[in-house]
Design a protein around this ligand. Structure first.
Ligand SMILES: [Cu+2]
Length: 464
């Protein structure tokens, strides 16, 4: 034990002996107007040691990304070029200054004010670390007659301005935002369904009648208006709340008994479940989402049946689940120079039965897409959705045996849809618009079960 302690002590003293001997003079960061996500840092470094020092990395708790840049002349264009390292010779001075070597600071936590102090940490090739406190200063505008090429440094900033930076409208999504930002969103989703499928093929009303049902659904439409607000607590964590208003309509046809062939329409409308969610940013490309669905929507909605009596509507016509449900999600997006792609995984788990003694089945979803900007304001996307939905658990005390929509075992499905979408981002505007529509291309269902003809989503967002 004593030996181990001695070794540890030796390592620490050895490190201390190697401590970097540098002096940093007038470290400052250029003050930028609010909302500008990029600035430069300047300073003079003096190497007081007899050895060269090579800086290989630089970071700050206040910026998401920092790089070392040099400015080089290429024809009549000045270019900023990212440097993997910079070497300060033994006993030498080295200046980081405008139009030369500088620190590039991107994605600040907040809009900094003049004289605010910012920690900056340097790491050397030999693994040593040293820090300095930079001060935000108003500096004269650089006199530049020559055009500036931002090189790959501007890549991240440029991608944020792109129309395909946000997910397609049908992706449940949510991306982390810059700290303290507030965003309001509205999404309209519509889906048209008809009857019916069993396994992978369509089935007729006779098939349903032969199973002993006296009624079959013919058409169903579902419209959802979703209102959301998202607030970024910091660069890593954003909180979100979403509430929806839902309208559903179903048409039924009488298959046997009296009034065969008569049709009848039922509808339900009202608030859906409230969802609150937290987003955690794993990297610039990916995040995790956890959301809790709170049962604010009614799950015992009634309407008149064919005999004119008000009865509880079958499972697909209800507005809420009646249960507290947990959804975990993972999103990934990679933005290349002239295209981007991404995917999102979601899994919803329901833990309890509602007071009517049933619950919707668990659900797993995958959305994947590729997108390409066709101009500065418009991007086009193609996507695939995979949904895997389980059957209903338990039985409602209001169920009957007249229609397959009341059968708990006719709800599970595996459905693959293909989508096409457009995103719009007006230059210098804080709002975005997206539209995405899809049709099923493969279905394997427990049925007879209604199946969608198409679905469309329209999304609007406004960043404060
Ligand atoms: Cu730069």
């Amino acid at each position: 034990m004593k030996k181990v302690l001695l070794i540890i002590a030796f390592i620490f003293t050895a490190n201390a002996a190697n401590a970097i001997d540098v002096t940093i003079e007038s470290p400052k960061i250029r003050l930028m107007p609010p909302g500008v996500n990029m600035t430069a840092g300047y300073f003079t470094i003096i190497n007081n040691s007899d050895k060269d020092i090579t800086i290989v990395g630089v970071s700050s708790s206040k910026y998401d990304s920092m790089e070392i840049h040099d400015t080089v002349k290429d024809g009549d264009v000045m270019k900023m070029v990212k440097q993997d390292s910079v070497t300060i010779s033994a006993n030498a001075r080295f200046e980081f200054k405008p139009m030369s070597y500088h620190l590039m600071l991107m994605m600040p936590d907040e809009d900094f004010k003049e004289n605010q102090e910012i920690d900056v940490t340097f790491i050397t090739k030999s693994g040593d670390v040293f820090s300095s406190v930079f001060t935000v200063k108003k500096m004269t505008v650089m006199k530049m007659k020559m055009k500036m090429d931002m090189g790959d440094m501007g890549h991240m900033m440029k991608s944020m301005m792109r129309p395909d930076y946000v997910f397609p409208a049908g992706v449940k999504g949510g991306k982390n935002m810059m700290s303290k930002k507030l965003m309001f969103g509205y999404k309209y989703g519509t889906m048209e369904m008809d009857c019916c499928k069993d396994s992978t093929s369509s089935v007729s009303n006779d098939f349903i009648k032969n199973l002993g049902y006296s009624m079959a659904p013919t058409d169903m439409t579902m419209d959802m208006h979703m209102f959301s607000a998202m607030y970024a607590v910091n660069n890593k964590i954003s909180l979100m709340a979403m509430i929806s208003y839902i309208e559903k309509e179903m048409e039924m046809v009488k298959l046997s008994g009296m009034n065969v062939g008569n049709t009848h329409k039922t509808s339900s409308r009202g608030m859906g479940d409230l969802s609150i969610a937290g987003l955690y940013k794993l990297s610039g490309k990916s995040n995790l989402k956890a959301s809790l669905s709170i049962p604010t929507g009614e799950y015992d909605k009634k309407d008149h049946n064919m005999m004119g009596m008000r009865k509880v509507l079958p499972y697909p016509m209800q507005l809420g689940s009646g249960t507290y449900d947990l959804t975990l999600g993972y999103s990934f997006q990679e933005i290349h120079d002239d295209w981007s792609y991404g995917f999102q995984l979601n899994a919803t788990k329901r833990f309890d039965y509602n007071s009517e003694d049933w619950r919707y089945g668990d659900r797993r979803e995958l959305s994947a897409w590729v997108a390409k900007p066709v101009s500065q304001t418009v991007s086009l996307s193609f996507g695939l959705d995979v949904e895997h939905q389980d059957n209903i658990n338990g039985k409602s005390s209001n169920r009957n045996n007249m229609t397959p929509t009341w059968n708990e075992y006719f709800h599970s499905h595996l459905r693959v849809s293909s989508n096409i979408g457009l995103n719009f981002k007006l230059p210098n505007s804080k709002s975005r618009i997206g539209i995405q529509c899809g049709v099923p291309i493969y279905e394997d269902v427990d049925g007879p079960q209604m199946d969608p003809d198409f679905k469309c989503n329209l999304g609007l967002s406004y960043m404060m």
